[in-house]
Design a protein around this ligand. Structure first.
Ligand code: UDP
Ligand code: LCN
Length: 814
């Protein structure tokens, strides 16, 4: 990135405050080698320049700007190197000599090398350490420049296509050639060889327009099909004269003088997508009795809703195209032979509320047999290659050919999607839900320490492969790509990073790449609707929910009780992962007397007996919950309910909490998106959600809900207490926030908007990959090599020693 003026002024700024800065830098380097974050730097400065007035004088102007934009500083005496993030996606790196304060602007590569010295000096200094540069292949990829354009890839690709196709009268030939390739099971669509040049097509469109204008708008396509065929047109333009005429006019406009709006509109009409494969591999992928199990949460909910929305949109589009084609969607997941109490051990399952969509489960085959038990998402890597081969065979059989679009979910699904899409030559989209890298501080440089537990070496390698192989990337929020003012984005953290001893990534992904698209999910509004819609309420669940919340005895499903049921309830529901911070919320509540006097606390998540859990983090969180309940003597004020699996009943639970004039609290240390946040808001429940991640974007603080800081429990619990105190004084306040939350949802977070966007992406990027074929192929070669030389080795190494035992276990249970 071009260096910003703030960095250019750094030498002068340091010179002006030379006395204080020399002391600060000598403090930075004094403690030895290390990596410092912004707040640590700030603490050191505060302690060095004790006088507040002096300090603010030093820090005003460019020095203060640079410091506040510093993400981290690497200290290798006598130097301190700064990674400075001016704006989302815009970085600079400088190296300062602590003694003479000389400043060098350095490249990201030099910064990474410098930082590596802290962790593995020999490797850092080895000229032959593996260095990856995916950006080297992006020579022809048009770049966006403004941070505000990040995530709008579709509209920019339409613009780039427009300029590519409008250079001269023959530039539109690739579009004609592309249309000539369209068919469905051997039957030609749109045009045939009679219209194989731009000129012929243009002339035919004009003649046809005159012909169609003479027909009543609602004339069915069949009535003039023969005539159009004579002129070289095939099916797919529309179901009646009006629709066909509109589609042809859009194309005429494009051939005459292309513009991005017509371009996107035309591609949204093209008959190119009928068969979609969605990979979601880890966890328990099922429609009932699975939510809340380890690794099984929002991703499953998201995909089931997504499939329903995509199918509806496909059916509508196919009808409008005038075709008699059945769409088909397959969600491909892992078959878990040892699954008990749910259907994850069945091969095929139709998806409820759809006509043409199924779950296909393929087992993990190993050399020793089929793997029986659930495997954590962190340990899944050794099985994915074989899984991709086995599932490809099954998909081709069930779909009677190749799919038109492949979408991956999460690291494992995205890697398999990349392998299958590359093998079959199909357009590929990826969805991360959450990239693990930013969830754990410095997980890249500390990968060696974390690898036995998390296998981040495999995970980050797989993520790099998928994001570079994908034709387009779907994200739920802007922050997922490029973060916010102060927080680095999930994808942005892959721009340049290093795993000392393994490899250095000097260009992993570019957040300005037009493959990025924000398409936010919704919540199923036939399930999650406002508590005020009395007639639609699922009253049959109300006695069970009443029991769940208020009965006095402990049982397998709940422990603790609410002594004063007149108090409003603050409610939270999540998998019991550390990062969800349910124990944090329990502790904030325990410590805040004012809040305890105002409200009760209800938690849904996990089990009560740690020995029942197979998940490392869950076990620890369960133990912590029990300890907190005892430590803060919460009995009588807390109800802890075990993980819930029924979405319909859960929705009534949200609404019953709204009946108490309570609130939903999402306290996660980091949340990629946060479906519970939009579920609660859809039910009209005022919501407090973490300011770390997606929820910061979903709700507007103080208007449609509230942000809380998971790293500042006191402030957060007081903010919640203030709300309930205010509601006591002004009873309309609660309703105001509830309604503003609903308004926000209906404006921005619905599945209809989502499905429309995603199918447009499939269509537009399907053509774009043809237009940029050479570049795509060369990058794919690089990706293949990385897969072969790195991923396979790492995956093999990550195999769990207990695998053999697990396989035997399966045979016993079969
Ligand atoms: N959920 C559930 N029962 C539980 C915990 C969670 O049904 O015990 C559901 C919750 O309603 C939401 C999803 O699981 O639909 C969790 O999605 P979210 O995006 O909040 O988090 P994730 O688990 O995907 O990280
Ligand atoms: C995974 C997560 O961690 C959540 O933040 C998302 O809401 C969920 O997937 C659905 O995308």
């Amino acid at each position: 990135m071009a260096s910003a003026s703030a960095v250019d002024t750094m030498p002068d700024a340091l010179r002006q405050s030379r006395y204080h800065m020399k002391r600060c830098f000598s403090r930075f380097t004094g403690v030895g080698r290390r990596l410092m974050k912004f707040h640590q730097l700030k603490d050191e400065i505060d302690q060095t320049i004790e006088d507040k007035v002096e300090r603010s004088k030093v820090l005003e102007g460019s020095l203060g700007d640079i410091l506040s934009s510093t993400q981290e500083a690497a200290v290798v005496p006598p130097y301190v190197a700064f990674a400075i993030r001016h704006n989302p996606g815009v970085w600079d790196y400088v190296k300062v000599h602590a003694d003479n304060l000389s400043v060098d602007i350095i490249t990201s590569t030099d910064y990474l090398k410098f930082k590596e010295v802290i962790f593995d000096e020999n490797w850092a200094k080895d000229e032959n350490s593996l260095e990856l540069d995916f950006g080297a292949f992006d020579v022809c990829t048009p770049r966006l420049a403004l941070s505000s354009s990040i995530g709008n890839g579709l509209s920019y690709v339409s613009k780039f296509m427009t300029s590519k196709l409008s250079k001269n009268s023959e530039s539109a030939k690739p579009l004609v050639d592309y249309m000539l390739t369209l068919d469905h099971h051997g039957e030609k669509l749109m045009i045939n060889e009679a219209l194989n040049t731009v000129e012929k097509l243009q002339v035919a469109l004009v003649i046809t327009d005159v012909f169609l204008s003479a027909l009543p708008n609602d004339t069915p396509y069949q009535n003039f099909e023969q005539k159009l065929k004579e002129w070289g047109f095939e099916k797919g333009w529309g179901d009646n004269a009006e629709r066909v005429k509109q589609s042809m006019r859009i194309l005429s406009e494009i051939l005459q003088a292309p513009d991005p709006l017509n371009m996107e509109a035309f591609f949204s009409r093209l008959p190119v997508i009928y068969k979609i494969v969605i990979f979601s591999i880890h966890g328990y992928f099922g429609q009932a009795d699975v939510l809340g199990l380890p690794d099984t949460g929002g991703q499953v909910v998201y995909i089931l809703d997504q499939v329903k929305a995509l199918e509806e949109e496909l059916v509508l589009r196919i009808k409008q195209q005038g075709l008699n084609v059945k769409p088909q969607i397959l969600v491909v997941t892992r078959l878990i032979p040892n699954a008990k109490g749910n259907k994850c051990n069945q091969e095929m399952e139709p998806i409820v509320n759809t006509m043409h969509s199924h779950i296909l489960r393929v087992p993990f085959n190993t050399e020793k047999g089929v793997l029986g038990p659930w495997v954590s998402r962190f340990d899944i890597y050794p099985y994915l290659e074989k899984f991709s081969q086995d599932s490809t065979a099954k998909i081709l059989e069930l779909m009677e050919g190749k799919p038109d679009l492949i979408i991956g979910n999460y690291t494992d699904g995205n890697l398999v999607a990349s392998l299958v899409a590359s093998k079959l030559g199909v357009t590929q989209g990826t969805i991360a839900h959450a990239l693990e890298k930013t969830k754990y501080e410095d997980s890249d440089v500390n990968w060696k320490d974390l690898d036995s537990k998390y296998h981040f070496s495999c995970q980050f390698t797989a993520d790099m492969i998928a994001m570079n192989a994908a034709d387009f990337i779907i994200t739920s929020t802007y922050q997922e790509i490029a973060g916010s003012k102060n927080r680095i984005g999930q994808y942005e953290s892959h721009v340049a990073f290093t795993m000392p001893g393994l490899y250095r990534v000097v260009s992993g992904i570019n957040v300005f790449d037009p493959k990025f698209n924000i398409a936010s999910p919704g919540a199923d509004q036939s399930i999650y609707f406002p508590f005020t819609e009395k007639k639609s309420r699922f009253t049959k669940f109300q006695p069970a929910v009443e029991e769940l919340l208020f009965s006095k005895e402990d049982n397998d499903e709940h422990i603790g009780f609410l002594a004063d049921r007149k108090k409003p309830i603050i409610f939270s529901m999540a998998r019991l992962d550390t990062v969800k911070n349910i124990t944090g919320l329990t502790e904030w509540y325990g410590m805040n007397k004012r809040l305890r006097n105002l409200v009760n606390l209800v938690i849904v998540g996990g089990f009560f007996d740690p020995s029942k859990s197979k998940d490392r983090e869950e076990m620890a969180e369960i133990k912590k919950m029990h300890a907190l309940i005892t430590k803060y003597q919460l009995k009588g004020q807390i109800r802890w309910i075990a993980a819930q699996t029924d979405r319909y009943r859960n929705s009534e639970l949200y609404r019953c909490i709204a009946d108490t004039k309570g609130a939903f609290v999402q306290p996660a240390l980091y949340e990629a998106f946060g479906l519970t946040v939009i579920e609660a808001m859809n039910c009209g429940l005022p919501t407090f959600a973490t300011n770390q991640g997606g929820p910061a974007e979903i709700l507007i603080d103080g208007v449609s809900g509230f942000h809380i800081d998971p790293n500042n429990g006191d402030e957060s619990s007081n903010k919640i207490a203030d709300f309930f105190e205010k509601c006591k004084v002004d009873t309309r306040y609660w309703n105001r926030i509830s309604q503003a939350g609903l308004k926000r949802i209906n404006e921005c977070y619905t599945w209809k908007i989502y499905a429309n966007k995603v199918l447009n992406m499939g269509s537009v990027y399907g053509f774009w990959r043809q237009l940029t074929k050479e570049q795509k192929q060369s990058k794919q070669r690089y990706v293949d090599m990385f897969y072969n030389l790195q991923y396979r080795k790492l995956a093999k190494k990550s195999a769990i020693p207990g695998e053999e035992k697990a396989i035997l276990e399966t045979h016993e249970t079969q």
